[in-house]
Design a protein around this ligand. Structure first.
Ligand SMILES: [Zn+2]
Length: 242
């Protein structure tokens, strides 16, 4: 549950109002933008019951990954609630497609995400990352992966930000021949896409297990996928794991 100035918006897919440059939730005029890295951190730590008090209408970008959220949450500690956590599994394969991108999920008793990144760019090209979910694995292998931007796509934005004394500290900027910082993992860009998908899936509000393959998906398709799973949940086509 996100709150600001007394207004509350549940971190659920039914409240998504925009997927342009991040996932935005909102209700009755209150909006919270780019919730995905925080949602991933919460989900990655097994949290599906929390209040997030926000100043302003956008989550802080921090270093562009989930690890500052993970560290901050871990430093406070967690409380076990008496109710068992719900974990859903699929009965049938589910897929969504859009302009050459797709996400396919098949039933599985664990959450495994494989992301295939393909980018017509000399420094990116094709990159694949596979992750079998565990809290320790999330913390170590996925949470630190930072978001990236291709310079040509945001040239105006970068020069404006630098001119205002800003920094490039909250994203990896990819130029034709170089990156703005050393990578934390050789496949950091694809790992970040795994992180984004986990963050968007966290908007189901419950744990979820499936084997998922995502090719070139972004927030719009991730959210469409999450909506489809949520609809199946209502229709009884997904089930709680035994
Ligand atoms: Zn992201």
């Amino acid at each position: 549950m996100f709150t600001a100035g007394g207004e509350r918006v549940a971190g659920l897919v039914e409240n998504v109002v925009s997927t342009s440059r991040g996932t935005t939730i909102g209700r009755n005029g209150t909006r919270f933008a780019t919730v995905e890295h925080l949602m991933a951190a919460l989900h990655g730590l097994g949290i599906d019951n929390s209040y997030v008090e926000v100043q302003g209408s956008e989550m802080p970008a921090l270093d562009g990954s989930s690890i500052p959220f993970v560290d901050a949450i871990s430093s406070i500690g967690l409380e076990d609630l008496s109710k068992e956590r719900t974990v859903l599994t699929l009965r049938e394969p589910v897929w969504v497609t859009q302009n050459g991108s797709f996400i396919l999920a098949v039933p599985s008793n664990q959450l495994k995400v494989t992301y295939v990144l393909r980018y017509e760019h000399p420094l990116i090209g094709a990159q694949t990352s596979s992750f079998v979910f565990s809290e320790s694995g999330f913390r170590r292998d996925i949470a630190p992966a930072r978001t990236f931007v291709v310079y040509e796509e945001i040239a105006g934005l970068v020069s404006q930000r630098l001119a205002q004394g800003g920094s490039l500290a909250n994203a990896i900027v990819v130029w034709q021949d170089r990156l703005s910082s050393d990578l934390r993992f050789p496949d950091e860009l694809a790992r970040h896409k795994v992180l984004d998908l986990i963050g968007d899936l966290a908007l189901l509000g419950v744990g979820f297990s499936a084997e998922i393959v995502a090719v070139k998906s972004g927030h719009a398709l991730n959210v469409e996928f999450t909506r489809k799973i949520a609809a199946q949940l209502t229709a009884g086509e997904t089930r709680e794991a035994a």
